[in-house]
Design a protein around this ligand. Structure first.
Ligand code: UDP
Length: 334
């Protein structure tokens, strides 16, 4: 298939492009490089031996998208491109709603013009909101969130579902990610955010590399076994493979389907820090600080639906995630 990957130079997007190419698909990347580096395309070529087509383009640029769809017969799209910093979204709600919603509208409009009917969407476990019990199951109400970023995911899921109601021959797969961490085994691709990282593993990587002094664990008094938050961390390569499986699923299907991509296991921040130390023979400096606004104590996925519908299951261990994350972080920025 010819697969348009928006945000294909980003963390999850780049790993997905590698898996698409390895499976024999043609990947066409659209990325405005607002939170990614152009040399990711070279790195994908080094890993796969194939250079994906790359357009430096903002997905809100509808004429730009038309040119891409005119140049390639696009069979499906995987839509990663979005602003994703939870805290920043609270301070800049308009930018977040404008960017994340408008890019989706532009894509859907151009897809309709060109008769493309397969849409894989990068959603998030944040759509389960603060009130559902864990493990999260897809049939639970997913109509809540705690940040403008999260609300854009809720809204886009809704937009895609309504679009499918109006166009029953369209297929939208809403992939609800849990906490992807880790990096490609080559050490060439990984999570390398601009500025000081917000997410746990890239922050750990910078501390391990000596670029940041110590990790602050947000909260040690949660109602969890060791007092720190529990999350469902999964290896980014497993997540990328999940997209490939979703694409194969969507190929001969119609309708909208929400599917969790997680391991089904929760581990705490402290357990992850200890696993990182053990896997990489380190002793990471950390302090326990105050809670971060908006963090939930604990959640993880019910991963059965992905197994049953997509034939997908996470295969990498926490040790794999920690080792590969460090492998990448020690070389990042050099
Ligand atoms: N966290 C932390 N220190 C940091 C960054 C994150 O203790 O510097 C914790 C955070 O409170 C949460 C977990 O790590 O419990 C995962 O946070 P992240 O931002 O990576 O993902 P989220 O689950 O918020 O999407």
């Amino acid at each position: 298939m010819n697969v348009l990957v928006t945000g294909g130079a980003g963390y999850i997007g780049s790993h997905t492009v590698v898996e698409l190419i390895n499976a024999g698909h043609n990947a066409i990347i659209v990325d405005d490089l607002s939170n990614a580096k152009a040399d990711v395309v070279d790195r994908i070529q080094t890993i796969t031996g194939t250079r994906p087509v790359f357009y430096e383009l903002d997905c809100k640029n509808i004429d730009g998208l038309r040119s891409v769809f005119s140049a390639h017969k696009i069979d499906a799209i995987i839509h990663f491109a979005a602003f994703k910093a939870v805290g920043e979204s609270v301070k800049k709600p308009l930018q977040y709603y404008r960017n994340n919603l408008d890019s989706t509208f532009a894509l859907l409009e151009v897809m309709e013009e060109f008769g493309c009917k397969k849409f894989i969407f990068s959603s998030s476990a944040t759509v389960y909101g603060p009130n559902n019990p864990h493990p999260y199951k897809e049939e639970m109400p997913a109509i809540q969130s705690s940040s403008p970023y999260g609300w854009t995911k809720v809204m886009i899921e809704r937009i895609l579902t309504d679009y499918v109601t109006a166009h029953p021959d369209f297929c939208a797969v809403l992939l609800r990610y849990f906490n992807p961490i880790g990096a490609h085994e080559s050490g060439l691709l990984g999570d390398d955010p601009n500025g000081i990282p917000n997410n746990l593993m890239p922050y750990i990587g910078r501390v391990a590399a000596g670029q940041l002094e110590k990790l602050t664990i947000f909260g040690g008094d949660y109602p969890t076994p060791d007092g720190t938050c529990q999350r469902d961390y999964l290896h980014v390569v497993d997540l990328a493979v999940g997209h490939l499986k979703a694409l194969e699923f969507a190929k001969d299907r119609e309708g909208a389907e929400a599917i969790n991509l997680g391991t089904g296991n929760g581990i705490s921040v402290l357990e992850l820090v200890n696993a990182f130390n053990k896997a990489n023979d380190m002793d990471l400096p950390y302090v326990i600080g105050p809670r971060r606004d908006g963090d939930l104590p604990a959640f993880w996925a019910d991963a059965e639906k992905a197994k049953n519908l997509l034939g997908w299951e996470a295969t990498h261990t926490v040790e794999d995630m920690c080792r590969s994350a460090w492998q990448f972080a020690k070389n990042a920025g050099k």
